[in-house]
Every structure is written in C-alpha cells, then in structure tokens.
Design a protein around this ligand. Structure first.
Ligand code: ADP
Ligand code: MG
Length: 448
C-alpha cells in the first residue's frame, strides 16, 4: 500500500509540561510525556468482533480515542499497533485491521492509513514519512509469530518505529507479547488514558467499594472464571449467578440440569466456592426457576420451570421470572455492582429476558448513584443493544485482562511500564554501581 503524506494539520497544541506525577495506576502516563515532535509507538487493543468484514462492536476502538487525540493534539505522530483474533503467526485475510481502521477514521474524522504488513520496506517508508499530527495503523501484529513469542528481534523492529512507547491496550495487558512487553523494554514507556481509567475503576472496586457490594457472574463457562470467583468471594457481600455458570453451581448444590450447558470438571471448584461463601457469610443467589428449551436455537419450543425439577432432555437457557424478581430484590440496597457475563443465551432474543432486565436494572442503579462496572464483550454487547452502555459507571474493555486484574494478578503489560515520576526507562531496574557508591547509598531494592 502506498502511503500518501498529508500536510501537517493546523492547531497542534502547546508543549505539555509535566507538572505533577499524579497517576491513578502509579505508572508513568502520557500526562508526563512531552509528545511534541515525537513519534509514538502506540499499542491499542483493536481486537474487535467482526462479521462479514465489518466491525460489529467498536467499543474498544472508541475507548482508545482519548489517548490518540491527546497525543495528536500535542503534536506527536502515531504508529498504531494492535492484534486481531488468533492468526497464529500467519497472514489471515479475514483478520486484517482495515475494518478497524475504517471505524477509527470515522470517529477521528481523519484518514487512517493501514500498512499491508507490520514490517517491511513499505511500512518503514510509511512510518518515516509520518509528520506531527498524523497517524497510521500497522497490520495485525499477530501475523508475525514473533509477536506472541515476545521475540526480541521482532520487538526491536517494532520499537524502531517510535521514539517512545505508549501502551493503551488494556485488553492485552495480561499478555507478555512483543508489542506489549518487548517494546517496553526498549523504548521509554508510558501508559495511555484508557489503561489508566481501566486500572483506576477496577482498583476502586477492589479497594474501596461502597457496600453492599454485589458481583453478578453469568456467561457460558465457569472454567475461565474460577479464580476471579474465588477472589471476589473475599470482597463482595452478594454473589448472583446466571447463565451456564449457574448451571454448574446448581449441579454443585445437588441438582440435575438435564441437557443444559455445565462443566462436570468444574463442579468441585463450584462446591469449594459455595463453601467459601458460606464461611464468609456471602449470600449466593442461584436461579430458582429458568427458561428451558428443546434446543439452543431460534424458534424452538421453550417453557419456564423450577430449577428443583429441571427436565432431563431440555436445556436451561435463561433465568425465569421468579429468579429475575429475586435478583431485583437482592440488588435493592446494593451500592456497588460488578457484572460479568450475560444471564442467558441472549443472542437469541427469546432467551435474553433476564439479561435485558438486568441491563435495565443496572442502568437504574447507576442513575440512582450506585457504582456499576460491567466487563466482558458479550455483556457490553447486550447493554449496547439496549442503548444502556452509556449509563454505566465504567465499561471494562478488557475481557481476560479485567478478570486477571480482579484476581489480583500482576498484568505484565502494566508491570513493565516504569513508576510515575521515574527517570528510568525500563523495569526491572538493574543496579550496576561501583562498590564505593553502593556503600554510600541505601541498599538497592528490586523494583516491583
Ligand atoms: P462475556 O463476554 O460478557 O464475558 P462470556 O463470554 O463469559 O460473557 O459468556 C457469554 C456467552 O455465554 C454467550 O454467548 C451466551 O450465549 C452464553 N450463555 C449464557 N447463558 C447460557 C446458558 N444458560 N447456556 C449456554 N450458554 C449460555
Ligand atoms: Mg465473551
């Protein structure tokens, strides 16, 4: 692809001088960066759902705009990098980033050229022609096997595109890949505004939630959520379960769920979580009734039954009306809500009642002053279908990253960015000092 340079736009902002090192994440943010004239290698998370070559939900793209705008207005040029899907080191035409670039161009109201490859002579050339106020998007970095392997040579090639590195890819912060961690070991690194707001919202939730604090966990499977459920039990006052997750818990509490989706291997884990909850006095709400369907398809036969006697040859696909009322009652006094995972197979409208009702309830709670944080691509998609996404206190764009953060695990993409105010460029800081100087100073600590 030929990159056609455009004239430098008017209105490039004044030099930004760091006056304070305040940062919600404790990490160096772009507010400490004087970006004018710098070429910024900006890792974003444009891993968006596609259908027929179109972006179905561009939340992640919109979420990256504050950082992009701030850097452009400061007079930086930006080389954007992202992955999309799992091409496993090969070029997959259906996973090209052009549809994402189109959405970004639409929101920024400016051209967003994409390169045909993250590396190569054409890409080098396009990067070198970038002027302040301009940006381009590299092709899917996962077309190169070096990305997921955090290959130093691949990271070095990417790093050659920037003077500084900004990581705003919260959704990929739990992966130590070349464009998230490798580049940070080479260039002066900062976190972007999205990364900061995500970490801030999730930290607040864990550190100082207004109580009562309820977690609502749905979705298909328990397996990816065991660790977060265990961590949440130690934080919340109320745990509401729905979706396939609830089915596994129903089995753990001695019921049979017929043909419903549940994970036999997770039943023991579910039992342990229920025991933990009982020990800590955490109330757990399991569905008392459900919508069962002959098949998990559109237009199939379905009915409402009690979860005490779920029929053997049916699938439970949604909560029933009594369960929805129980959720409403339980949430009455709640001041903080964390919601991850739809309560039913909401993609089929007939099985989306509980998810839709919960979305409306969450919006009401947020309007009444409760803190409502929603995570998970499908949960956010459900909110968007109802035009309620904007009502929430915070939408977490990172699926796995949000969960790992809530589990209390360190996110490599965040850990590698230096502490706010730090003059050092990379972590961990390696101390090489002559013996004499070492004695004069306090003992060198390994930085966290
Ligand atoms: P999120 O993306 O919000 O984190 P998940 O990916 O964990 O949510 O789960 C979403 C999926 O769970 C949806 O595709 C939905 O159809 C499915 N699901 C929810 N309830 C059920 C159920 N009772 N049986 C089967 N699948 C379910
Ligand atoms: Mg999902």
């Amino acid at each position: 692809m030929r990159f056609v340079p455009r004239p430098r736009p008017e209105g490039i902002g004044p030099r930004r001088i760091a006056t304070s090192f305040e940062s919600a994440t404790g990490k160096r943010t772009i507010r400490e960066l004087d970006a004018r004239g710098q070429r910024v290698f900006l890792r974003v998370d444009f891993n968006v759902p596609l259908s027929d070559g179109k972006v179905v939900d561009d939340s992640r793209i919109r979420a990256s705009i504050p950082t992009i705008k701030a850097l452009l207005e400061d007079g930086a040029s930006i080389v954007l990098a992202s992955h999309l899907g799992r091409p496993d080191g090969k070029v997959v035409d259906g996973l090209r980033l052009r549809p994402a670039a189109e959405r970004l161009a639409h929101h920024l109201k400016m051209m967003v050229p994409t390169t045909g490859d993250a590396l190569g002579v054409g890409t080098d050339d396009a990067v070198n022609r970038l002027r302040p106020g301009e940006l381009l998007l590299l092709e899917n970095v996962r077309f190169h096997a070096g990305e997921e392997k955090n290959d130093p040579a691949f990271a070095a090639r990417l790093a050659s595109y920037g003077d500084v590195f900004v990581n705003d890819a919260f959704g990929t912060a739990h992966r130590a890949h070349a464009s998230t961690v490798g580049v940070a070991g080479i260039l002066p690194s900062y976190v972007g505004l999205l990364m900061e707001s995500e970490v801030e919202a999730l930290s607040n939730l864990l550190d100082k939630p207004a109580r009562p604090f309820a977690a609502i966990v749905g979705g298909g499977k328990v397996s990816g959520k065991v660790a977060v459920l265990e961590a949440l039990i130690k934080k919340v006052d109320l745990l509401i379960l729905g979706g396939g997750v609830a089915n596994t818990f129903l089995v753990a509490s001695g019921r049979s769920v017929g043909k419903s989706l549940y994970e036999a291997k997770m039943v023991e884990h579910a039992r342990r979580i229920l025991k933990l909850a009982a020990e800590r006095g955490v109330k757990v709400l399991l569905p008392v009734d459900g919508v069962v369907a002959k098949e998990v398809t559109r237009g199939t036969e379905f009915k409402v039954v009690s979860t005490e006697k779920l029929p053997a040859s049916w699938h439970m696909v949604d909560l029933g009306p009594d369960s929805i009322n129980a959720v409403r009652d339980a949430l009455g006094p709640v001041k903080t809500i964390l919601w991850n995972g739809p309560l039913g197979v909401f993609e089929i409208p007939a099985f989306g009642t509980a998810t839709r009702e919960l979305a409306k309830l969450a919006a009401e709670k947020a309007e009444a002053g409760a803190t409502v944080v929603v995570g998970g691509g499908d949960s956010i998609a459900a909110l968007q279908q109802l035009n309620l996404a904007g009502k929430m206190t915070h939408l977490s764009t990172g699926g796995g990253a949000s969960l790992e953060f809530l589990e209390g695990r360190e996110l490599p993409g965040l850990a590698v960015v230096p502490t706010s105010g730090s003059p050092y460029e990379t972590l961990p800081i390696v101390w090489h000092e002559p013996e004499a100087e070492k004695k004069a100073k306090a003992p060198a600590k390994k930085s966290s």
